[in-house]
Design a protein. Sequence first.
Length: 297
Amino acid sequence: MVRPFDRALYPFSPHYFDRGEGLRMHFLDEGNGPPVLMLHGNPSWSFYYRNLVLALRGTHRCIVPDHIGMGLSDKPGDGSYEYLLAQRITDLEALVASLDLHEPLTLVVHDWGGMIGMGWAIRHPEQVDRLVILNTAAFPLPAGKRLPRLLKLARTPLGALLVRGFNAFACGAARIGCARHGMSAQISAAYRAPYDSWANRIATLRFVQDIPLHLADRSYALVHHVAENIGIFNATPAFIVWGGKDFVFDHEFLAQWRERLPSAKLRYLADAGHYVLEDAADEVIPLIAEFVRSSHP
Protein backbone atom coordinates (compact mmCIF):
# COMPACT_ATOMS: atom_id res chain seq x y z
CA MET A 1 0.00 0.00 0.00
CA VAL A 2 1.02 3.62 -0.57
CA ARG A 3 -0.30 6.42 1.60
CA PRO A 4 -2.77 8.60 -0.35
CA PHE A 5 -1.40 11.72 -2.01
CA ASP A 6 -2.74 14.16 -4.58
CA ARG A 7 -2.78 12.04 -7.74
CA ALA A 8 -3.42 15.15 -9.84
CA LEU A 9 0.27 15.87 -9.29
CA TYR A 10 1.17 12.55 -10.91
CA PRO A 11 -1.20 12.14 -13.90
CA PHE A 12 0.31 9.00 -15.40
CA SER A 13 -0.72 5.45 -16.16
CA PRO A 14 1.14 2.75 -14.20
CA HIS A 15 3.19 0.05 -15.90
CA TYR A 16 4.78 -2.97 -14.24
CA PHE A 17 7.71 -5.15 -15.17
CA ASP A 18 7.88 -8.65 -13.70
CA ARG A 19 11.39 -8.78 -12.30
CA GLY A 20 11.05 -12.45 -11.33
CA GLU A 21 10.61 -14.09 -7.95
CA GLY A 22 7.18 -12.48 -7.79
CA LEU A 23 8.60 -8.93 -7.73
CA ARG A 24 7.05 -6.13 -9.75
CA MET A 25 8.95 -3.04 -10.82
CA HIS A 26 6.77 -0.02 -11.47
CA PHE A 27 7.65 2.39 -14.26
CA LEU A 28 6.21 5.22 -16.31
CA ASP A 29 6.13 4.90 -20.09
CA GLU A 30 4.75 8.15 -21.46
CA GLY A 31 4.77 9.57 -24.98
CA ASN A 32 6.33 8.49 -28.25
CA GLY A 33 9.56 9.32 -29.99
CA PRO A 34 13.23 9.05 -29.06
CA PRO A 35 13.52 7.44 -25.62
CA VAL A 36 14.50 9.28 -22.44
CA LEU A 37 15.38 7.11 -19.43
CA MET A 38 15.13 8.94 -16.08
CA LEU A 39 16.54 7.41 -12.90
CA HIS A 40 15.74 8.65 -9.41
CA GLY A 41 17.68 8.24 -6.19
CA ASN A 42 17.05 7.82 -2.49
CA PRO A 43 14.66 8.64 -0.84
CA SER A 44 12.68 9.90 -3.82
CA TRP A 45 10.88 8.02 -6.61
CA SER A 46 9.58 8.58 -10.14
CA PHE A 47 7.49 11.46 -8.79
CA TYR A 48 10.69 13.53 -8.92
CA TYR A 49 10.58 13.54 -12.72
CA ARG A 50 6.88 14.28 -13.18
CA ASN A 51 7.34 17.80 -14.57
CA LEU A 52 10.12 16.75 -16.93
CA VAL A 53 7.92 13.94 -18.24
CA LEU A 54 5.10 16.40 -18.85
CA ALA A 55 7.52 18.69 -20.71
CA LEU A 56 8.91 15.93 -22.94
CA ARG A 57 6.19 13.37 -23.56
CA GLY A 58 4.82 15.30 -26.55
CA THR A 59 8.04 14.61 -28.47
CA HIS A 60 9.79 11.77 -26.61
CA ARG A 61 9.11 8.43 -24.98
CA CYS A 62 9.74 8.95 -21.27
CA ILE A 63 10.63 5.84 -19.27
CA VAL A 64 10.91 6.35 -15.52
CA PRO A 65 11.27 3.29 -13.26
CA ASP A 66 10.89 3.08 -9.52
CA HIS A 67 13.76 0.99 -8.16
CA ILE A 68 12.67 -2.13 -6.27
CA GLY A 69 11.72 -1.09 -2.75
CA MET A 70 10.97 2.47 -3.89
CA GLY A 71 7.97 4.39 -5.14
CA LEU A 72 5.19 2.17 -6.48
CA SER A 73 7.43 -0.87 -6.98
CA ASP A 74 7.25 -3.88 -4.66
CA LYS A 75 9.13 -3.58 -1.38
CA PRO A 76 10.44 -7.04 -0.50
CA GLY A 77 12.31 -8.02 2.63
CA ASP A 78 15.98 -8.93 2.64
CA GLY A 79 15.15 -12.61 2.19
CA SER A 80 13.59 -11.93 -1.21
CA TYR A 81 15.87 -9.29 -2.68
CA GLU A 82 19.50 -8.21 -2.47
CA TYR A 83 19.58 -4.46 -1.86
CA LEU A 84 22.95 -3.78 -3.52
CA LEU A 85 24.15 -1.63 -6.41
CA ALA A 86 24.94 -4.62 -8.62
CA GLN A 87 21.36 -5.83 -8.32
CA ARG A 88 20.03 -2.37 -9.15
CA ILE A 89 22.05 -2.25 -12.34
CA THR A 90 20.89 -5.75 -13.30
CA ASP A 91 17.27 -4.71 -12.66
CA LEU A 92 17.66 -1.73 -14.97
CA GLU A 93 19.35 -3.83 -17.63
CA ALA A 94 16.44 -6.29 -17.56
CA LEU A 95 13.83 -3.51 -17.75
CA VAL A 96 15.50 -1.79 -20.71
CA ALA A 97 15.85 -5.12 -22.54
CA SER A 98 12.18 -5.89 -21.94
CA LEU A 99 11.14 -2.60 -23.56
CA ASP A 100 12.90 -3.58 -26.81
CA LEU A 101 14.41 -0.14 -27.39
CA HIS A 102 16.09 0.05 -30.80
CA GLU A 103 17.54 3.54 -30.78
CA PRO A 104 20.00 5.29 -28.46
CA LEU A 105 18.45 7.09 -25.53
CA THR A 106 18.97 10.12 -23.34
CA LEU A 107 19.94 9.09 -19.82
CA VAL A 108 18.88 11.42 -17.00
CA VAL A 109 20.26 10.67 -13.54
CA HIS A 110 19.89 12.04 -10.03
CA ASP A 111 21.36 10.92 -6.68
CA TRP A 112 21.73 7.08 -6.64
CA GLY A 113 20.38 7.14 -10.19
CA GLY A 114 23.83 8.33 -11.25
CA MET A 115 25.61 5.25 -10.01
CA ILE A 116 22.89 2.90 -11.25
CA GLY A 117 22.52 4.63 -14.59
CA MET A 118 26.21 4.95 -15.34
CA GLY A 119 26.72 1.37 -14.20
CA TRP A 120 24.22 0.35 -16.88
CA ALA A 121 25.64 2.82 -19.41
CA ILE A 122 29.20 1.53 -19.35
CA ARG A 123 27.82 -1.92 -20.18
CA HIS A 124 25.79 -0.48 -23.08
CA PRO A 125 27.56 2.66 -24.33
CA GLU A 126 26.08 2.24 -27.80
CA GLN A 127 22.63 2.86 -26.31
CA VAL A 128 23.52 6.23 -24.77
CA ASP A 129 22.90 9.20 -27.04
CA ARG A 130 23.25 11.97 -24.45
CA LEU A 131 23.47 12.50 -20.70
CA VAL A 132 21.74 14.78 -18.21
CA ILE A 133 23.47 14.87 -14.81
CA LEU A 134 21.55 16.21 -11.78
CA ASN A 135 23.30 16.37 -8.37
CA THR A 136 24.63 12.85 -8.32
CA ALA A 137 27.80 10.76 -8.39
CA ALA A 138 29.11 7.73 -10.25
CA PHE A 139 32.42 7.51 -8.42
CA PRO A 140 33.67 7.18 -4.82
CA LEU A 141 33.70 10.08 -2.39
CA PRO A 142 36.16 12.72 -3.59
CA ALA A 143 39.59 12.53 -1.96
CA GLY A 144 39.51 13.82 1.61
CA LYS A 145 35.71 14.01 1.60
CA ARG A 146 33.84 12.64 4.60
CA LEU A 147 30.38 11.19 4.62
CA PRO A 148 27.94 13.89 5.79
CA ARG A 149 26.84 13.54 9.40
CA LEU A 150 23.21 12.80 8.56
CA LEU A 151 24.21 9.87 6.35
CA LYS A 152 26.74 8.67 8.88
CA LEU A 153 24.03 8.69 11.55
CA ALA A 154 21.67 6.72 9.28
CA ARG A 155 24.25 3.92 9.10
CA THR A 156 24.20 3.41 12.90
CA PRO A 157 21.67 1.28 14.83
CA LEU A 158 20.01 4.46 16.12
CA GLY A 159 19.86 5.84 12.61
CA ALA A 160 18.32 2.64 11.30
CA LEU A 161 15.59 2.96 13.91
CA LEU A 162 14.95 6.57 12.94
CA VAL A 163 14.86 5.78 9.22
CA ARG A 164 12.58 2.75 9.42
CA GLY A 165 10.59 3.62 12.51
CA PHE A 166 9.99 7.33 11.89
CA ASN A 167 10.71 7.80 8.16
CA ALA A 168 13.46 10.23 9.19
CA PHE A 169 15.41 10.04 5.94
CA ALA A 170 12.49 10.76 3.61
CA CYS A 171 11.13 13.44 5.93
CA GLY A 172 14.53 15.05 6.33
CA ALA A 173 15.26 15.06 2.61
CA ALA A 174 11.90 16.68 1.89
CA ARG A 175 12.63 19.33 4.51
CA ILE A 176 16.12 20.32 3.35
CA GLY A 177 16.16 19.15 -0.27
CA CYS A 178 14.75 22.41 -1.61
CA ALA A 179 16.87 25.39 -0.56
CA ARG A 180 15.43 28.06 -2.85
CA HIS A 181 11.73 27.93 -1.98
CA GLY A 182 11.20 25.01 0.35
CA MET A 183 8.83 22.17 -0.39
CA SER A 184 5.08 22.58 0.05
CA ALA A 185 3.22 20.23 2.39
CA GLN A 186 1.40 18.74 -0.60
CA ILE A 187 4.59 17.96 -2.52
CA SER A 188 6.35 16.71 0.60
CA ALA A 189 3.47 14.32 1.29
CA ALA A 190 3.80 12.87 -2.22
CA TYR A 191 7.52 12.25 -1.81
CA ARG A 192 6.91 10.49 1.50
CA ALA A 193 3.80 8.58 0.44
CA PRO A 194 5.45 5.30 -0.66
CA TYR A 195 7.39 5.05 2.60
CA ASP A 196 4.49 4.74 5.00
CA SER A 197 5.55 1.84 7.23
CA TRP A 198 8.56 0.06 8.70
CA ALA A 199 8.41 -2.56 5.94
CA ASN A 200 8.07 0.00 3.16
CA ARG A 201 11.14 1.95 4.31
CA ILE A 202 13.59 -0.88 3.85
CA ALA A 203 15.14 0.48 0.64
CA THR A 204 15.63 3.99 2.02
CA LEU A 205 17.84 2.45 4.70
CA ARG A 206 19.56 -0.15 2.51
CA PHE A 207 20.60 2.49 -0.02
CA VAL A 208 22.38 4.44 2.72
CA GLN A 209 24.00 1.29 4.05
CA ASP A 210 25.24 0.42 0.54
CA ILE A 211 27.25 3.64 0.13
CA PRO A 212 30.75 2.23 -0.48
CA LEU A 213 33.35 3.85 1.76
CA HIS A 214 35.91 1.09 2.35
CA LEU A 215 37.53 -1.66 0.34
CA ALA A 216 35.57 -4.29 2.26
CA ASP A 217 32.19 -2.73 1.38
CA ARG A 218 30.33 -4.95 -1.06
CA SER A 219 29.76 -2.29 -3.72
CA TYR A 220 33.22 -0.71 -3.45
CA ALA A 221 34.86 -2.51 -6.39
CA LEU A 222 31.87 -1.91 -8.65
CA VAL A 223 31.84 1.81 -7.89
CA HIS A 224 35.51 2.06 -8.79
CA HIS A 225 34.91 0.13 -12.00
CA VAL A 226 32.15 2.52 -13.02
CA ALA A 227 34.28 5.55 -12.17
CA GLU A 228 37.21 4.28 -14.22
CA ASN A 229 35.00 3.95 -17.30
CA ILE A 230 33.03 7.20 -17.29
CA GLY A 231 35.57 8.61 -19.71
CA ILE A 232 34.12 6.57 -22.56
CA PHE A 233 31.40 9.23 -22.69
CA ASN A 234 33.80 12.15 -23.25
CA ALA A 235 32.38 12.72 -26.72
CA THR A 236 28.75 12.16 -25.68
CA PRO A 237 26.69 15.36 -25.44
CA ALA A 238 26.10 16.01 -21.75
CA PHE A 239 24.32 18.64 -19.69
CA ILE A 240 25.05 19.06 -15.97
CA VAL A 241 22.37 20.85 -13.94
CA TRP A 242 23.52 21.40 -10.39
CA GLY A 243 22.01 22.82 -7.23
CA GLY A 244 24.73 24.54 -5.24
CA LYS A 245 23.15 24.00 -1.82
CA ASP A 246 23.02 20.22 -1.88
CA PHE A 247 23.52 18.69 1.57
CA VAL A 248 25.47 15.74 0.05
CA PHE A 249 26.49 16.35 -3.56
CA ASP A 250 28.38 19.62 -3.22
CA HIS A 251 30.94 21.50 -5.35
CA GLU A 252 33.53 18.75 -4.87
CA PHE A 253 31.26 16.23 -6.57
CA LEU A 254 30.55 18.73 -9.34
CA ALA A 255 34.29 19.18 -9.85
CA GLN A 256 34.62 15.43 -10.32
CA TRP A 257 31.98 15.45 -13.06
CA ARG A 258 33.63 18.37 -14.81
CA GLU A 259 36.94 16.55 -14.76
CA ARG A 260 35.41 13.37 -16.14
CA LEU A 261 33.11 15.04 -18.71
CA PRO A 262 35.04 18.21 -19.59
CA SER A 263 32.92 19.01 -22.66
CA ALA A 264 29.61 18.94 -20.78
CA LYS A 265 27.41 22.02 -20.63
CA LEU A 266 26.79 23.29 -17.12
CA ARG A 267 23.95 25.15 -15.46
CA TYR A 268 24.93 25.94 -11.88
CA LEU A 269 22.23 27.25 -9.54
CA ALA A 270 23.99 28.54 -6.45
CA ASP A 271 20.82 28.85 -4.38
CA ALA A 272 19.08 25.59 -5.35
CA GLY A 273 19.17 22.40 -3.30
CA HIS A 274 19.48 18.66 -3.84
CA TYR A 275 16.06 18.30 -5.47
CA VAL A 276 17.08 20.70 -8.21
CA LEU A 277 14.22 19.74 -10.56
CA GLU A 278 11.81 20.60 -7.75
CA ASP A 279 13.58 23.65 -6.41
CA ALA A 280 14.21 25.36 -9.75
CA ALA A 281 11.65 23.67 -11.99
CA ASP A 282 10.59 26.75 -13.95
CA GLU A 283 14.19 27.57 -14.75
CA VAL A 284 15.81 24.22 -15.48
CA ILE A 285 13.11 22.01 -17.00
CA PRO A 286 12.82 24.13 -20.18
CA LEU A 287 16.63 24.07 -20.48
CA ILE A 288 16.78 20.30 -20.11
CA ALA A 289 13.91 19.84 -22.58
CA GLU A 290 15.74 22.07 -25.08
CA PHE A 291 18.93 20.06 -24.65
CA VAL A 292 17.12 16.73 -25.08
CA ARG A 293 15.37 17.96 -28.23
CA SER A 294 18.43 19.58 -29.79
CA SER A 295 20.44 17.92 -32.53
CA HIS A 296 24.03 16.98 -31.84
CA PRO A 297 26.60 19.72 -32.40
